[in-house]
Structures are given as C-alpha cells and as structure tokens.
Design a protein around this ligand. Structure first.
Ligand SMILES: [Zn+2]
Length: 404
C-alpha cells in the first residue's frame, strides 16, 4: 500500500482505465507474441470488443502489427498480433570512463548496429564525437522510427535536474548532457546510472528475473555500482543517490578513495582493485602506500583474466581476493535488503566458474539471515550494460501507468 503524496498525485481521468488496459494489452502482446485477439481477451479478462479497439489503436500507432493467420481446431483462422519490431527502434549510449558504445536496438534489445568512441575528459568534445555517430545510426536504418535515446553513466543522475551529480570515475565537470543530445538529435533522452539501467534491463529482458519483485544489480568495472529495484520499483533516494554502496567503508582506515572517503568497497572489489593486487604481488616495491588506480601503468583487467585462464598463480590470487571482497559487500546487500536476486554485471563474470563459489562462501561467512537471495552472473552475451540503455526508453512506453 502506498500513501498518496498530496504534493504529487494524479487524479483518475476519463481515459485512465483505457490507458491501463492499453498498457496491459501491449505487455501481453510483448510477452505472448504472436497472439490472437481472442487469446488477448482470455489472458486479460477484457471484452473481446475492447481488445479489438485497443489492438487497432496500437496498430495505428505502429507499436503492433498483424502477422500470419493461425490455425485453430475449429477451422477459424485468427490473425496473430506481434510487436512491430522491425519498425520501432531505440538508441542506446553506454558511457564508461574510457570508452562509450552506441547502438541501435529493436524492442527486444537485439542490437542492429553498434560502434564505439573514446569518452575523454571533456563532455563538450565528447558530444561533438557522439552526435555524428547517432545521426549515422538513424540514417543507416531509414525503415526504423527511433523512439528515443537511453544513456547510461558511471555516476548518479538527479532526476529533477537531469544533471550528473556524482561520478568520481568519470571526472567530468557539470554538464547538461541530456539537453545537448536532445538538441542535436531531436529525440527524447533518458539519462540513468549504469547500475540502475542494468537492474532495469534484467527486469525487462532478463530470463533470470521472471517473477522477481526485488532485484539488485551490482556492476563491477573500474568502480562498483549498485542498482536497486524493490517491490518492482527503482529506488532513487534523495537526489538520485541511492545505491552508492561502492563508496561505503568496507575496510576501516583503508585506502583513500577519489570520493574523499577511506576504505570504500570499490577500492577492494572492483576490477581496478584486482589489477592493483596483482601488481603489488608481482613487484612489491612499486606498490606504493596509496595504491589507488595503478591500472594505467600495469596490466589491464582483461590481461589479468587471461593470465588467470592460463593458470598464473598471482593472477588467480588477485581475482580470488577481489571476489572475496565482492562477496563481503554482497553479504551486506543480502542482510540489509533480502532481495530475491542479485545480478553481478561486468568482465569478472567471465571467471564465474572460479569466483562464484568464493562469493558464495563470503556471503555465507558474513550474512546470517535466512534470506533466500540468489546471486547470479548476468548473461554476458546480452551485453547487459548496453541493454540497460534500451530498457530506459522501453519502460517509458511499457511501464505501469501511475495513478493516484
Ligand atoms: Zn569512495
């Protein structure tokens, strides 16, 4: 039960019931396609005539299209409905500190084209490089109508101002990214934190999240991000800052972090941390006392994973240590939130056969609640971070209407 917010409520309009039914039918088509109008009526409990009116409207708006005729035992041949996948597209922009990926996807988050560009320290220059690529994606697929652009960022976005409010690993000055992209492309832009986007992607596209109400996405890369979906709703917190578990202290008086705090979880459980562990074990003299971000000079995390696969004992130990700290932080999430599912996203999932049990043991060691949380790796082949950007736009059209 939600209390009605008297500063921000929505009264029921005459179209409210229609809007809700339209959303339900659209989602039923998405979930059961190809589907006949009769089956839609059966699944929704709506009158057959109501379903027909909604279906016509969705066809007119090009969200839905009619396909092949089906065959029923009594010989009638209903026309099946399905999403108009080939005609509607969503553009995704996945910004990471070093590299940004842009892609055009259909409504099932299948990527039709994609390319990358360097991110760089100057957001204005970044926009200059990004915009021609976006225009090119649109030009390459004239048959597709783009519904919008989803942008995920390694930082937190304030929903009210749509500004980036906290992004220590990106290092950008304050910049209105949304307005700049909207102005250049004429398309609506949705900004979101990368971990939040990944959590939404699991809810909208993930096979592991079917029927899940409470889901946590933990993105592990240069830093650690956490996206929280509780009771089907993305948790934003004050100023959009919810989920910054990566910057909570896990080692008292530990290393100094870029955020200003000490001993942050991401300094011990991110891919940068594993690289640091490896560098320290290989050349203890160079390790330095601060020990933060040595990845620029040492091997990359990718190198480390390769060395691990080749059986290098120092690389294996570095990855094990990282996984142990990852488990320690995940135990905190399990104890504090008792989610149904925690999805780990990032290159580290390549080594899941090695680290899955390390994480599991660390969670057992540090969490004593009977929470039945499953901890699973995201499906790497689906490009979870990029897929998250597609979910940002999709949910605007397929999400539940908010009433009251
Ligand atoms: Zn920090």
């Amino acid at each position: 039960m939600r209390k009605i917010d008297l500063n921000n409520f929505q009264v029921a309009r005459s179209e409210t019931a229609r809007d809700i039914n339209r959303s339900i039918v659209l989602n039923l088509i998405r979930g059961h396609q190809p589907i006949s109008r009769a089956d839609l009526a059966r699944h929704s409990g709506l009158q057959r005539s109501t379903v027909s009116v909604i279906a016509e409207q969705l066809i007119e708006e090009r969200w839905v299209t009619e396909g092949a005729n089906g065959v029923t035992p009594r010989g009638r041949r209903p026309t099946f409905l399905h999403l108009n996948k080939g005609r509607i597209g969503i553009i995704g922009v996945n910004i990471r500190p070093a590299l940004t990926t842009v892609a055009l996807a259909d409504l099932d988050a299948n990527f039709l084209s994609q390319e990358s560009l360097p991110t760089g320290p100057d957001p204005k220059k970044f926009i200059d490089g990004l915009v021609p690529r976006l225009r090119n994606l649109i030009k390459m697929h004239p048959e597709i109508t783009c519904e919008g652009i989803g942008v995920s960022l390694p930082g937190r976005v304030d929903l009210a101002s749509q500004r980036l409010v906290f992004a220590p690993n990106l290092g950008w000055p304050d910049f209105d990214l949304k307005a700049a992209i909207e102005k250049a492309t004429g398309l609506p832009v949705e900004l979101e934190n990368a971990a939040n986007s990944c959590a939404l992607a699991e809810i909208w596209f993930g096979k592991q999240a079917v029927g899940v109400r409470n889901l946590v996405a933990v993105t592990v890369s240069e830093g650690i991000g956490v996206g929280l979906i509780l009771n089907h709703q993305l948790l934003r917190g004050s100023n959009g800052m919810a989920g910054e578990f990566g910057h909570t202290t896990i080692v008292p008086d530990g290393l100094e972090c870029r955020c200003g705090n000490r001993g942050c979880w991401e300094l011990y459980a991110s891919s940068s941390a594993a690289v640091r562990y490896y560098v320290q074990s290989s050349s203890p003299v160079r390790s330095g006392r601060k020990g933060v971000r040595q990845s620029e000079t040492g091997p990359t995390f990718d190198d480390l994973l390769r060395l691990t696969e080749q059986g290098d004992p120092k690389a294996k130990e570095a990855i094990r240590l990282m996984a142990d700290y990852l488990g320690k932080g995940i135990a905190l999430l399990v104890t504090g939130l008792a989610p149904d599912l925690i999805v780990v996203v990032g290159e580290i999932t390549r080594a899941w056969s090695r680290i899955g049990s390390v994480i599991e043991e660390a969670v057992k060691r540090h969490s004593f609640t009977p929470a039945a949380t499953r901890v699973v790796p995201a499906d790497r082949s689906s490009q979870p971070r990029l897929r998250g950007t597609i979910a940002l736009v999709l949910q605007k059209h397929f999400g539940a209407p908010s009433v009251a």
